[in-house]
Ligand binder design. Sequence first.
Ligand code: DOR
Length: 459
Amino acid sequence: MGGALPPQEKLLAETFDLVFKGGTVVNHAGEGLADIGVRDGRIAEIGAIGEGMAGETIDATGLHILPGVIDSQVHFREPGLEHKEDLASGSRSAVLGGVTAVFEMPNTKPPTTSAEALAAKVKAGTGRMHCDFAFFVGATHDNVGDLAELERQPGAAGVKVFLGSSTGDLLVDDEATLKRILGAIKRRAAFHAEDEARLKERIPLQRAGDPSSHSEWRDPQAALAATERLLRLAAEAGKRVHVLHVSTAEEMALLALHKDIASVEVTPQHLTLATPEAYEALGTKAQMNPPLRDRTHQERLWWGIERRVVDVLGSDHAPHTLEEKAKRYPATPSGMPGVQTLVPVMLDHVNAGRLSLARFVDLTSAGPQRVFGIRGKGRIAVGYDADLTIVDLKAERAIEDAWIASKCGWTPFAGRRVRGWPAGTVVRGRLAMWEGELGEAGGKPVRFGEAPPAANAPY
Ligand code: DOR
């Protein structure tokens, strides 16, 4: 089939492999009752579809059909840290939570900093992951010369830079290297913005056994200083950047003035959990980078959601085992799982009136498509991949550790009752999850507009 277009008869034939009937379809541009016909993994019809037109028909009455949720920040730990997670377990957690594609971070062991490491991840994920995927390439002092080529490789989500150290060894904080990176690449790179010099200086503020001191050590000024520097360097280089997990009021106000340069991510946990209560309730499970903040910061993040400053939601799924989290702070690792809880936690906010369903859709599908230049995903449209997140907005459930398929086996949201739950996850027309049951794994790399199509792409 290499290079051939589908035969004309097939395009015209009004039969489908799969039809979702009677659901409320919510798109970037509105919502309404419609059936969706899927053929060869793509959306082939949106509208009224008669009986007997499909190999399989699924009754979606009472459910909302959203474009597949794309989580553009997860850590799945393979290779090297598989006791915390691997690509298969992380992807099972994703599809059980309604997520159809993930972008995975490079701080594995070894890190994803070479063409070989990237190709190995793509190979390891293909057909083994339950959702589609792309991998960020980590920038180091040594691979700057390769980044322009690496960011164009199949399966690459772009370049990721840690401006401040977090889990793993990836870090680039000197101005000369940052300038070289921004000068070398074409795509929008993603940044962890915390200022390394300030973090080092403030280490004495860590209090042994008191994880709440994590938020004092890695203070709002550390985040703001890094984001200010990033905006200046990006403007000088004439490049666009993506600021991951924005956590402070000051950064949100600043980023609102620089939307021509920077796209913005926030996490469900920064929108939902706040200090000091989170540390009191969760202890070291609440420890992450950048840290959780107080309600004043959280309100400003919601302001950024409401004013459209925020482009995407990412879970920053960062699993660590309970044993690791049971150590004494600061020996405990930073990060919490989140890929499985992004959809229910945010749908609960939708039901509480904090954001509209349309805005949720924009943040989880059209937003990532716009920011990262994704091809064929990000909206429900004829010809697009049949990636769908089907949700029951009325379902009330409690999030529990026992539901979490991540190897870490816990969630900071355990015990939380939410309204709104993922009922089905459809990846290129396959039922990756239906009513809590997993389907077969069949994940493939996400394709991007700025990278050349893979040599064996069908067309
Ligand atoms: O809390 C975090 N954990 N923040 C990061 O930037 C990395 C992550 C991890 O990989 O554990």
